[in-house]
Design a binder for this molecule. Sequence first.
Ligand SMILES: Nc1ncnc2c1ncn2[C@@H]1O[C@H](COP(=O)(O)OP(=O)(O)OP(=O)(O)O)[C@@H](O)[C@H]1O
Ligand SMILES: [Mg+2]
Length: 256
Amino acid sequence: MRRLAFINEKGGSCKTTLCVHTAAWLATGRSQRILLADLDTQGHAGKSLGVDVRGLAPTVHEWLLGEAPFEAVVRRTPVPGLDLLPANKALAALPVALAPHADRATRLAARLAEVPAGRYDAVLIDSPPSRSLVTENVLAAADAVVVPVALTYLALDGCAEILESLEALRAARGSAPGLGLVVPALYRKTQLADEILEKLRERFPDQLSRTVLGWSVKVDEAQSHGRTVFEHAPRSPGAVALAEIADEILVRVLRG
Ligand SMILES: Nc1ncnc2c1ncn2[C@@H]1O[C@H](COP(=O)(O)OP(=O)(O)OP(=O)(O)O)[C@@H](O)[C@H]1O
Ligand SMILES: [Mg+2]
C-alpha cells in the first residue's frame, strides 16, 4: 500500500483539489482501491466529496489518538472504490493532545501500518498549509510527495521550502519521502505564469508533470456542489487535465 502525500506549505495551491481528484480518478477510472486521508482541520477533502464533516465524530483525530478504531472512522464516499478518513476542526487539538507522547510525530505512520494489508492499493493524504505537528506526521508517513504549485510569484519560494523540509528530514531521520511529482496549477496565460513555468522546468527537469492544470471555473463550481469535476463537467478542460495528472501520478509515482 503506497502512501502519497499532497503537500505545499503555501495555502490555496490546489493540494485538496489534486488529492481528491487523483483519488477519485484512480478509484473509478483505474480500478484502484484508494483510501483518502484528510489531515486538514478545514475538512475540505470530505466536503468536496459531499460528506458533511461538520460536527462529525469520530474522525481522523480520534483515530490518531487511539480513541477510535479504523473501522469506526473510515467511511465510504459517493465515489465507488474510494474510502475516506474524514477530518474537521477537532484535529486542531491534536498537537496539544499528542505533546506528551514521544511518538507524536509518527502516529500517522503507525496507524496506517495497522490498516489491514491488501485492503487498499494506495493511501492519498491531503495535508494542511503551514508547517505543524500534523505535517511532520504526514511527511513521516509518506513514501512520496506530490507538490502542486499555483503559478504565482511566491510559488517558487514555497517549492524551495518543501525541498528544504525534505532535506532536513533526511538529515534528522536518515530517510524522507521522495519528491514524486511537481504539478503546475491554476495556470492562466500571462507572461509571468510562463516565466514561472519555465523556472519550474529548469529546476525540476525530471519531476515536473507533463500536464499543467489550467484555471477552470468548472473545478470550483464542482466543489461548491460537493462533487468531483469528473461528475460535474467531465468534458471540461479541468476534468481532462486532472485525469491526465492522476494517470501521471499512477505511472510515474505509484508504480514508478
Ligand atoms: N483548476 C482550477 N481552476 C479554478 N479553481 C480551482 C482550480 N483548482 C482549484 N481551484 C480552487 O482554488 C481554491 C484552492 O484550491 P484547494 O482548496 O485545492 O487548495 P489547497 O492547497 O488545498 O488549499 P489549502 O492550503 O487551504 O488547503 C479552491 O477554491 C478551489 O476550488
Ligand atoms: Mg486543502
